[in-house]
Design a protein around this ligand. Structure first.
Ligand code: AMP
Length: 229
């Protein structure tokens, strides 16, 4: 029995990270956020970080060859073909989706969860969003749900900060790139019958419950059970 292969797609601020954290707590599927991997590289000044920093600082997508380097490494090191995975923020271009298909031939992914939410809502969420500055923690907060002690992470005690790319001018650029480069993936997965669209304007708990129900409805996951097939 192999693990579930899930992708989470949605605009910046649609709640991908929050949903994935809930999935990861509940099910034993590796959760991989390419954005978190890149942010950790920049914070730790690794070779990957040095190669990706300029793109991230400009709010641009990192080139596909660099993205695939880290994705291939996860597949080789963590045996994702059999363990399954939950990719958050990958694929983000048609080319990345083609390369992922090739890695997973012949079956491909099991399902793609599309977090659907209006642009006005995500603009507000992104400008309110704050994150733990420790890239190994990655806890997510907001001005409306701050940590218990003033701007110190509840989980690890590191300072809680605003992401550089969550500043207003960057937000609009990133959302426009999403529409141009990532949104076309939705019709691709829909044609394959793999797209699950969830209303992501609701609370994180409701989004999680809806996603679980949809997966269970497709016999991909038991609502309270393990994430494997
Ligand atoms: P995220 O945390 O998913 O919003 O990603 C933060 C940043 O990392 C993005 O703005 C991109 O610069 C880069 N990034 C993350 N995932 C990808 C990807 N799949 N393709 C290209 N760039 C990515």
């Amino acid at each position: 029995m192999r693990g579930l292969r899930l992708l989470i797609i949605g605009k910046q601020g649609s709640g991908k990270g929050t949903l994935c954290a809930k999935f990861a707590l509940r099910f034993a599927i590796p959760h991989i956020s390419t954005g978190e991997v890149f942010r950790a590289g920049v914070a730790n000044k690794t070779e990957l970080g040095l190669r990706t920093k300029a793109f991230m600082d400009a709010g641009e997508l990192v080139p596909d060859d660099l993205v695939m380097e880290i994705v291939n490494e996860f597949f080789n090191r963590d045996d994702l073909r059999s363990r399954g995975f939950l990719f958050d923020g990958f694929p983000r271009t048609v080319n990345q989706a083609d390369l992922l298909d090739r890695l997973l031939e012949p079956e491909g992914v099991d399902a793609v969860i599309n977090l659907d939410v209006a642009t006005e809502i995500v603009i507000e969420r992104l400008s309110f969003r704050r994150i733990c500055s420790d890239p190994n923690c990655g806890a997510i907060y907001s001005l409306t749900s701050p940590p218990k002690v003033k701007w110190v992470c509840d989980r690890c005690g590191s300072p809680v900060v605003q992401r550089d790319d969550d500043r207003e001018e960057m937000i609009l650029k990133r959302l426009s790139d999403y529409e141009k480069m990532t949104a076309p993936l939705l019709s691709r997965y829909d044609r394959l019958g793999k797209l699950i669209t969830v209303d992501a304007s609701c609370s994180p708990e409701e989004v999680f419950a809806d996603a679980l129900e949809e997966l269970a409805g497709r016999a991909l996951m038991q609502a309270g059970g393990a994430g494997s097939r």
